[in-house]
Design a protein around this ligand. Sequence first.
Ligand SMILES: Nc1ncnc2c1ncn2[C@@H]1O[C@H](COP(=O)(O)OP(=O)(O)OP(=O)(O)O)[C@@H](O)[C@H]1O
Ligand SMILES: [Zn+2]
Length: 411
Amino acid sequence: MSDLYKLHGLNNSQVGRYGRQLITPGVGVAGQEALLAAKVLVVGAGGLGCPIAMYLAGAGVGTIGIVDYDTVEVGNLHRQIGHNELKEGHAKAVSLATACQQLNSSISVIPHTVTFTSDTALDLIARYDIVVDASDNVATRYLINDASVLANKILVSGSALKWDGQVTVYHYNNGPCYRCLFPVPPPAETVTRCSDGGVLGPIVGVIGSLQALEVIKIITNNSDGVLSGRLMLYDGLAGTFKTVKIRSRQPGCVVCGDNPTLTELIDYPQFCSSPYSDKSSKVDDRIEDELIMTCKQYKSILDTNKKHILLDVRPKNQFEICSLPNSTNIPIDELSRESSIKTIEELAINENEILPIYIVCRRGNKSQDAATILGNKLNSTEKSTNSFIIKHIRDGLTGWNEEIDPTFPLY
Ligand SMILES: Nc1ncnc2c1ncn2[C@@H]1O[C@H](COP(=O)(O)OP(=O)(O)OP(=O)(O)O)[C@@H](O)[C@H]1O
Ligand SMILES: [Zn+2]
């Protein structure tokens, strides 16, 4: 296109590349120019981060930053479709940045292979206009919120688990921030992680795409429909979307309120009692020593053919993947039922002897709770006998894989 025809700053290849987007009502040349000038930071290069960054790259967002400390694993690929098998072991931020550049080499995509922490957040955010939360843990969520408010940036937030997801925009046009809605973090033990609850690829695909769309709406100044003060909920299994009004900005909010008291970043893992990661860490012992058995001890029980009951308290669909020989599956949620207790008693009471009951789960977390529940039910004071031996297997099936048999599949 010669200047004779041109009334704007887009060149011929930009008109060609972004044509379908350009002619969409509400975008136009001004919208495209704004996209090319925009700088967006995506925190997390996982399930949400992949579609977010790829769609923003496709749309021609001029500068995209991608933060992630982690590396690509094959178990990520069912949903993290910006990566591929050749990238196993590579930094996720670099892998996704490369995929974005392959999609659109005319923009700038900057990988930041660091953990987003109180030390790194403000420096990173300062280089961008909009922040997108594509992380997967509560500590990072509070950090991103506080850093965005302190740096006065708009935050596009999303989350997904199992078959569901949600999207909203914080700190936009006097709308609420995350803390206006959730002033204090939930108890760490009530938070379900993707690695425990599961998540489907298309669910993060939908939510990540919606987050990218909010970013595009904000940049192209389609402000009326921006999901500020509203939360869009997607139930993929039911096939429904619902948008609900959420609490407005709270004048008393510690970070975005009228008289904020939180004026610098804090220690978020401490505040949330959980780390900047949803990875499973070693589980601490919470019960007395006599209720604990190691994987090696259980192996020797098996090797010596000692009679016992092995109770696997994982959800049924996890038990189906693989289980230790002769184990009985009673998911922990069903353990307190009278019928479950009866089944366990029938299994354990064997002619004249009472067999010991060993409990296993994925990592040795739920099995501790199960040992306590079962101890209370079976050895309660109302019972005449107090003789059930109950132990949980420390480190669970993950420990079994690591210490005893690496062929036991991990998921
Ligand atoms: N504070 C943080 N700094 C940098 N990256 C983060 C931070 N918190 C989370 N992330 C990244 O956000 C991404 C979230 O992706 P996703 O929810 O798909 O989980 P994942 O950790 O890859 O999956 P899995 O739980 O299956 O291992 C991860 O790649 C994770 O490394
Ligand atoms: Zn607030």
